[in-house]
Design a protein around this ligand. Structure first.
Ligand SMILES: [Zn+2]
Length: 288
């Protein structure tokens, strides 16, 4: 394949990076798309073992910010509201909802966390969305994606189903990594210095569920607009928990100790730069 067609503006995306999969970039809206596909065997060449340290604290912090926006702004007048999380992964969002008295169910095709859901009594349907088991007569007040939207190939079908499953006044929430962020831009620079591993990592090309698209704030909003949704608000979320960064990188068995030490020291050193440049993750709130 020499090029792809941009889902946002219809222009031809040109080959930009030759990684484990090819990555194409739209010259008009800057959307990056890969020719990777979701591996339904769910076999990863890398396991996610070392990622939990520090990550949970960071994710929970980000989720609290989203809850605050829901309770304080969008559903301020409502006593209860009901949500659906597409791609529940480790179940942390559902736990935060429960702690905040928010009624939210999840849907997840993978088995990895099934025991965890059961043990913690999390309501998660097994399967791919859209699904009969998550269809709702009265509709959801919100549908949320936490680090999932960028992994989905058939976004058209997905968004048409969301329009049906969401109440007219419902909120679509997309929590997603940005191609305009510090890490993506750094990885791009490294790519041109012939170091491809960081960009491969950001695209998650070593995992069974790689990224299909890498959006920025502008092209994501333009894309969702096509389905009749209007952006209400968006804000940055944090990517790194600096209090545990050393521990996290040192725990990664795939990186040698001296290298891990060097990377973590460098990250702490450039903390002000990371926190003051364009966000690596943002959350977007849309309404139909
Ligand atoms: Zn485009």
């Amino acid at each position: 394949m020499n090029n792809l067609q941009c889902i946002v503006c219809g222009n031809t995306q040109n080959l930009k990076f030759e990684l484990k999969h090819k990555v194409y970039k739209c010259p008009s809206c800057d959307l990056y798309s890969s020719d990777a596909a979701f591996d339904l065997s769910f076999q990863s060449s890398l396991e996610e073992d070392s990622r939990e340290i520090g990550l949970k604290k960071l994710r929970l912090h980000n989720f609290e910010l989203i809850v605050k926006a829901l309770k304080g702004t969008f559903f301020k007048e409502m006593e209860t509201f009901k949500g659906l999380e597409i791609g529940s992964g480790n179940g942390w969002w559902l736990e935060v909802c429960r702690a905040n008295n928010i009624d939210c169910i999840g849907i997840e095709p993978e088995n990895t966390f099934a025991d965890y859901y059961e043990k913690n009594k999390l309501n998660v349907v097994k399967g791919f969305y859209p699904n009969e088991s998550t269809a709702s007569e009265e509709g959801y007040d919100f549908i949320i994606f936490n680090d999932v939207f960028e992994h989905i190939s058939d976004l058209n079908n997905l968004l048409l189903s969301i329009k049906k499953d969401l109440k007219k006044s419902g909120i679509l929430i997309i929590n997603i990594p940005m191609s305009s962020g510090f890490f993506y831009r750094t990885a791009t620079t490294l790519y041109y210095l012939k170091i491809k591993s960081f960009l491969d990592r950001l695209w998650q090309f070593n995992f069974h569920s790689p990224h299909i698209n890498y959006f920025n704030a502008k092209n994501l909003s333009a894309y969702i607009n096509q389905y009749g949704f209007k952006l209400l608000q968006s804000f940055r979320l944090e990517t790194l928990d600096f209090s545990s960064i050393k521990e996290r990188i040192m725990a990664d068995s795939k990186i040698s100790k001296p290298k891990a030490y060097a990377i973590s020291s460098l990250l702490v050193l450039i903390k002000p730069i990371i926190q003051n440049t364009s966000a690596d993750i943002r959350v977007f709130f849309f309404r139909q």
